[in-house]
Design a protein around this ligand. Structure first.
Ligand code: DUC
Ligand code: ZN
Ligand code: ZN
Length: 510
């Protein structure tokens, strides 16, 4: 076979092992055709010499917000997907968000297609955010949207006035998505606890950005996570609890997993690297903490970080996503919305942090590729599983995305050999459309040298492409919309009987 591209002299990492040196990847028509030794080179074959560096699957970031109405100063598809490839991510799953008054999901879908069509540097799919799950949507639209448009996952909120669903609504959604084999993502925070605390903080004039972290304490996440698990158990539906930041909430997940319930969990780099002290004012700018306002908030203690790393190590977490939810800091319609008539009001600060580009380098830095083995927090295969193969499988892209295997799309990252990829994260070096990174000044042990999407080099760290921001050598519009299949249940199984109920009891009310 005449290969278009051969990836040579790298150390290939899959979700199960670090393969022996000397293997090559042969790529034809955008697909991994084979993995082998001494692959034949024709006059048209291009070769990437990895110089002994690690090669991992292109990242799959399954939690990304782009072009959201409630963050007009955040990234759209062009800048968001550009930052994805610059950080080694080749597939993103972003949210098509239903507003309360949207009676149908079809206009919502068309709107997000319009925003993304021809704009993306990386491949992408959509999850729906459901805020008005009518019977027509659950019984008629979701099945058709899954079959015809490959949207096989939804996200629900337990908090925020504009988005929150009641427990009863959540149950209705879970029963519908279960029948369709869809994954339901849940933002688990107790709305009433938070609303009560915010009212008290405001009454006492505690409205500076750092009070955001007090307004949404861990117990609000713990209680709602337990409730989400109970609802999932009652409905016998697989769920993924998104952006988890609390050790106790994580222990609820682990208990459920021990009982073989299909409860998946996600955390994000900011909950592993940053603490609530970042919300405090800086000497130059009393409002700077707004840059670190996200929900759930950053937690208080280094032990919170350690606990979450443990959850990555012991298998509790299924995926690590960025929850890229950016708003520009300096813009009047961005984080400055929280400065009301010269007075900071944390509850008006748009929620969320940028992190699409930094997700892989931050996590890769904690593997034995960058640290002495005894200091590494994750193995290389676990890095691949969390950042690529598990999100691909959970969201219906197994076999196509997230793995270095024959037949899969040739999406991969070639890292720098040895210490040559060391960087300090700086806003000036990033490719998103917002004006700061919450990881400013954090050192990373490596950075993607080349990102390959369907056999094309789309990021070349050493290329100097004028006007495109460093090494972006891919093209806007090369990214394709992904119609996804049914996701796989990666943890536990469906078909169980909730504790204390009899076999067949549920059928009386289903
Ligand atoms: N939930 C998210 O998933 N991202 C940003 C803010 C939020 O509440
Ligand atoms: Zn959320
Ligand atoms: Zn999010």
């Amino acid at each position: 076979m005449d290969f278009d591209l051969i990836i040579s002299n790298g150390i290939l990492v899959t979700a199960s092992e670090v393969l022996p040196a000397g293997l090559q990847i042969g790529i034809k028509d955008g697909i991994i055709a084979c993995i082998g030794k001494d692959l034949p080179v024709s006059s048209t074959t291009k070769i990437i010499d990895c110089e002994g560096a690690y090669v991992t699957p292109g990242g799959v970031d399954s939690h990304v917000h782009l072009a959201q109405k409630n963050s007009p100063t955040g990234d759209g598809w062009e800048t968001g997907s550009r930052s994805a490839i610059a950080g080694g991510t080749t597939t993103i799953l972003a949210f098509a968000s239903q507003s309360r008054d949207d009676a149908s999901l079809y206009p919502v879908l068309e709107d997000y297609h319009r925003k993304s069509r021809g704009q993306s540097y990386c491949d992408y799919g959509f999850h729906f955010i459901l805020t008005n799950p009518t019977d027509a949507i659950l019984q008629t639209e979701l099945p058709a949207l899954a079959a015809d448009h490959g949207i096989t996952s939804v996200k629900l909120y337990m908090t925020y006035d504009a988005m929150k669903l009641s427990d009863r609504n959540i149950l209705s959604v879970l029963l519908a998505t279960r029948a369709l084999g869809m994954t339901t993502m849940i933002h688990a925070e107790s709305h009433d606890m938070i609303a009560h605390i915010i009212a008290g903080l405001e009454r006492n004039s505690h409205t500076a950005p750092h009070f955001h972290a007090l307004a949404r304490p861990r117990i609000a996440e713990d209680e709602a996570s337990y409730r989400a698990i109970a609802l999932a158990e009652l409905a016998d539906a697989p769920v993924l609890i998104v952006h988890m930041s609390s050790e106790v909430a994580m222990s609820h997940v682990r208990d459920a997993q021990t009982r073989l319930l299909p409860i998946h969990a996600e955390t994000c780099p900011h909950y592993l690297f940053l603490l609530s002290a970042a919300l405090r004012p800086s000497p130059e700018d009393p409002f700077s903490g707004a840059k670190h306002v996200c929900s759930p908030p950053l937690r208080h203690h280094p032990s919170d970080l350690t606990a979450l790393w443990r959850g990555l190590q012991n298998g509790t977490f299924t995926v690590l996503s960025s929850d890229h939810a950016p708003s520009s800091y300096a813009s009047p319609l961005g984080k400055q919305l929280g400065m009301v008539d010269g007075i900071p009001r944390f509850s008006a600060i748009p929620n969320g942090l940028p992190g699409l580009e930094t997700r892989l380098p931050l996590l890769f830095s904690q593997t034995p590729a960058c640290l002495p083995p005894e200091q590494a927090k994750l193995s290389l295969p676990r890095f691949v599983e969390l950042t690529a193969s598990a999100p691909a499988a959970l969201y219906g892209l197994a076999g196509r995305k997230g793995s270095l295997a024959p037949g899969a799309d040739a999406d991969l990252v070639v890292w720098f050999p040895g210490a040559r990829g060391r960087r300090v994260v700086r806003q000036a070096g990033l490719h998103h459309g917002v004006d700061y990174t919450p990881f400013e000044g954090v050192g990373v042990g490596n950075w993607p040298r080349w990102t390959v999407l369907r056999g094309r080099v789309v990021w070349d760290a050493d290329a100097d492409v004028e006007g495109e921001g460093g090494g972006v050598v891919g093209e806007k519009g090369f990214g394709e919309y992904l119609k996804r299949g049914r996701g796989r249940v990666l943890v536990g199984r469906t078909g169980g009987v909730p504790r204390g109920m009899e076999v067949g009891e549920r059928e009386f009310w289903l």
